[in-house]
Structure formats: structure tokens, C-alpha cells
Design a protein around this ligand. Structure first.
Ligand SMILES: N[C@@H](CCC(=O)N[C@@H](CS)C(=O)NCC(=O)O)C(=O)O
Length: 201
């Protein structure tokens, strides 16, 4: 059975969304990153990068959340269109998320917790501005697309994993009405809600 190595954090949550939405049978393997379980030799065999999520699909090891989404989408034929012309926007928005809409709010999460006011102020100014710029890009895209790539796809799951943390990176969704509409549509789906709430236990 598919083993899913995870903790309760944005990148594993993207995969939880896919698993809940498809109902794929899965064995959950919590990895307590606070205790350093991600650095244990047995886990590094699954993910040499020492981070979650990762999967072991009967001996096929895949790490990095968006690679896992592509693997599972391809394997199941769900949330990943086959025709290249339809797949390209999914790939674009997956790359957009991986390169920006994750690393940038992640930096806000880091700097907001710093005690040194000077370090904190510089980091927040830089990364909050970039995070808000990315929300603006997403808002403009969603103004004429129901979901980022047209139909609901793994790209929405990847982006939602981080948008769910908007209170932590201090973004008001009401400032981005199309993102708010998209977010509320997704969170009204029972499977999506369950996927976002996956806990370590
Ligand atoms: N690019 C990777 C990033 C994975 C990542 O940063 N995972 C975090 C949880 S969201 C983690 O494992 N943190 C523990 C650590 O860095 O030691 C992915 O998308 O899977």
C-alpha cells in the first residue's frame, strides 16, 4: 500500500488534499520533524532531502510535494489533464507555486517570529511585499478562471496548501476577492477540508 510520510504543514497538506479527494488507500506515516525524525537514516532512504512529504508506493520512492502530485495525478488519471495544451497551465502554476508561493510566505513565517527588531523589520518588508505581489498575480488569474488551470487540478491543491496559512503570513483574503472566492469554493469541499486538517495523530 502507498505509504505517506507527512506532518501537519503546508507541503504535506497538498498531498493530503489529493489523497482525500481521490480516496486512494494509504498508510499514514507521521514524521515528527520537531524531534528530527526527518534526519533518520531510514527516512533519508525515502527522501534524501530530509523533508516531508514523501511517499513509498510499493518501492517507488517520490519526494517533493509537487513531484508527488504529478506522480499521483499521472498514476490515477485524476486532477491532471492528459492533453499537453491542458496540462501546460497545470505545470505553470505548479512551478509558480513551488518557486514563489511557498518560499515567500515561508520567509514571512520565519521573520515574523524573530525577536531582533531590525532583522525582523527588514525581512518582513521584503517578503511581505513579495507575498502580496504573488497574491495579486493569483487574483488576476482567478478573475477569468474558476480554478488556476481551468478545471480543478493538482495546481489548486499545491497553492491551497500555502493559502490556508494566510493568517500566519498576515494576508487578508478580502484584499484579493478572486482568491477569496476560489479559497471558499475549495474549502467548502468536505474532502479538501479534511485534507487541510490532517494532523500528526
Ligand atoms: N520543496 C519541498 C519542501 C518540503 C518542506 O520544506 N517540508 C517542510 C514541512 S512543510 C519540512 O519538512 N520541514 C522540516 C525541516 O526542514 O527539517 C516540498 O515541496 O516537498
Amino acid at each position: 500500500m502507498l505509504k505517506f510520510y507527512f506532518n501537519a504543514a503546508p507541503n504535506p497538506n497538498k498531498v493530503s488534499l489529493f489523497l482525500e479527494e481521490t480516496g486512494l488507500p494509504v498508510e499514514l506515516v507521521p514524521v515528527d520533524t520537531r524531534k528530527g525524525d526527518q534526519f533518520k537514516p531510514e527516512f533519508l532512504k525515502v527522501n534524501p532531502n530530509g523533508k516531508v512529504p514523501a511517499i513509498d508506493d510499493d518501492g517507488v520512492f517520490v519526494f517533493d510535494s509537487n513531484a508527488i502530485l504529478l506522480y499521483l495525478g499521472e498514476k490515477t488519471g485524476k486532477f491532471l489533464p492528459k492533453p499537453l495544451i491542458e496540462r501546460i497551465p497545470v505545470l505553470e502554476w505548479l512551478m509558480w507555486q513551488m518557486g514563489g508561493f511557498g518560499p515567500m510566505p515561508g520567509q514571512v513565517h520565519h521573520f515574523i517570529a524573530l525577536e531582533n527588531e531590525q532583522d525582523r523589520a527588514y525581512g518582513l518588508k521584503r517578503y511581505m511585499a513579495e507575498t502580496r505581489r504573488l497574491y495579486g498575480v493569483l487574483d488576476r488569474r482567478l478573475a477569468n478562471h474558476e480554478f488556476v488551470a481551468g478545471e480543478l487540478s493538482v495546481a489548486d491543491f499545491a497553492i491551497l496548501g500555502w493559502a490556508w496559512r494566510h493568517p500566519r503570513h498576515k494576508v487578508e483574503l478580502s484584499d484579493f476577492p478572486q482568491v477569496k472566492r476560489w479559497y471558499e469554493t475549495l474549502m467548502a469541499r468536505p474532502a479538501t477540508k479534511r485534507g487541510m486538517e490532517a494532523k500528526l495523530d
